[in-house]
Design a protein around this ligand. Structure first.
Ligand code: PMP
Length: 460
């Protein structure tokens, strides 16, 4: 394994980090009080190593992104070659580069047949900003500029930019001034375990979808341009919708002529056992957001997939689309993303997720379902969740929500394993290269951590 580039003085790094570095989604005061950050220095396969040389199993693939695993020399070498040949050129003003063109064609070949165009960005948030701009541009070109409202779901996550945070349905983000775009509205999320009450999952799926129809009728279909949703809400707590939900959403969007945006930032590139979550759930979108697994996180890159309906309208209408980023189609990021997709093909990582690793994870997760603290386990492919609850029968949660989840997360930390807590829902999304033996190791640790949490709160 490659060693870090310089000799690291870990204590000094922790000191400098606290002194100078404001991290994303962090309570700075609390982080400093807890002794600062854990410094990750290198990685290989599904394992990270910290500054004290602890080997940590990464059950989250970084932030749901390192699908091909860490330590891929060919991606590093390709990046170096591309940097030598052409480190940068833009794709504005009638120019393009070979990697950006080849990647656009490759991504289009993976998308549904009615998708032939992509627009590049650098992050999922930016790609969702592009979606909003694209929706408005499309409806202007289509002669219906009044279709400006966009509908999303509560507890959705679509990024951290102004558009991303506004499209998302995260209460704490909105409280910090995040819901800044007044044309964005939110409807019920398809979270059966929390909201389903006495309904069957199938009944609840239809009820959650109906909240979209009700909102469209309230706003007036002539004013609604798009609906956005993640196939599975990731950051919201790996919320897997009932089977009835997405077909009904397809129907409603078609009925009222509303563009359907599928945010595949987490589900895309194999996570659910298909190339895209839309295949797993039968979603029929007009626009698709991609990031994370597109390059397995080796370099920042994202893309908006644009269906023929939208692309042909804006192309035929003519006129400039006044939108783009300096690094849209960055040649090094595109070259790496292209090779990343080829690796996924060569190593059959999607098939492996669907046929081997995913079923193994589901089987091992099911063993946790009897635990007194566990209300539900669920997974699709290599994305899963464990709900920690106060009362298994009534599905009553702990109060305040998040305290028990954080305790459990800290037990993972102590045992050199990473699972994330979304409230009291423990979520996992390991690299797609994870082996059954590594899944066993992860679930064995999970069981220990849930036991330890149960002891902490006096349940066991
Ligand atoms: N959409 C979804 C579904 C996501 O999960 C995320 C990131 N977790 C984003 C958008 C934003 O992506 P980024 O952090 O790359 O801006």
């Amino acid at each position: 394994m490659t060693e870090p580039l310089r000799n690291l003085d870990i204590e000094e790094l922790v000191r400098l980090d606290t002194a100078h570095h404001l991290h994303p989604f962090t309570d700075y005061k609390a982080l400093a009080a807890e002794g600062g950050s854990r410094i990750i220095t290198r990685a290989e396969g599904v394992y990270l190593y910290d500054g004290h040389n602890n080997k940590i199993i990464d059950g989250m693939a970084g932030l749901w992104c390192v699908n091909v695993g860490y330590g891929r020399d060919d991606l590093a070498e390709l990046a170096m070659q591309q940097m030598k040949v052409l480190p940068y050129y833009n794709t504005f003003f009638k120019t393009a580069t070979a990697p950006s063109i080849e990647l656009a064609a490759k991504v289009a070949s993976k998308l549904p047949a009615n998708f032939n165009h992509v627009f590049f960005a650098n992050s999922g948030s930016e790609a969702n900003d592009t979606q909003l701009r694209m929706v408005h541009h499309y409806w202007q070109c289509a002669g219906q500029p009044e279709k400006r409202f966009v509908i999303s779901r509560e507890n959705a996550y679509h990024g951290s930019t102004v558009a991303g945070a506004s499209l998302g349905g995260m209460g704490p983000m909105h409280k910090q001034g995040g819901k800044l775009i007044p044309t964005i509205h939110h409807v019920m999320q398809p979270y059966w375990y929390k909201l389903g009450g006495d309904m069957t999952p199938e009944e609840f799926g239809l009820a959650a979808a109906k909240s979209l129809e009700d909102k469209i009728l309230e706003l007036g279909p002539e004013n609604v341009g798009a609906f956005i949703g993640e196939p599975i809400q990731g950051a919201g707590g790996v919320i897997i919708p009932p089977s009835t939900y997405w077909p009904e959403i397809n129907r409603i969007c078609k009925k009222y002529d509303i563009l359907l945006i599928c945010d595949e930032v987490i589900c895309g590139f194999g996570r659910t056992g298909n190339w895209f979550g839309l295949e797993t759930f039968g979603i029929e979108p007009d626009l698709i957001t991609m990031a994370k697994g597109l390059s397995s996180g080796y370099l920042p890159i994202a893309a908006t997939g644009v269906s023929d309906r939208v692309a042909n309208t804006i192309i035929e209408n003519g006129g400039e689309f006044y939108h783009g980023y300096t690094y849209s189609g960055h040649p090094v990021a595109c070259a790496v993303a292209l090779r990343n997709i080829e690796i996924m093909e060569e190593e059959k990582l999607v098939e492996n997720t669907r046929d081997v690793a995913g079923p193994h994870l589901a089987k091992r997760l099911a063993e946790l379902a009897d635990h007194p603290l566990v209300g539900e386990v669920r997974s699709v492919g290599l994305i899963g969740a464990i709900e920690l609850v106060k009362d298994k029968k009534t599905r009553e949660r702990f109060d305040p929500l998040g305290k028990v989840g954080t305790m459990c997360r800290d037990h993972f930390f102590k045992r050199n394993a990473i699972m994330r807590a979304c409230g009291d829902t423990m979520v996992l999304s390991p690299p797609l290269v994870i082996t059954p033996a590594e899944i066993d190791a992860l679930i064995d640790v999970a069981k220990e951590c849930i036991d330890a949490t149960a002891k902490d709160i006096g349940v066991m």
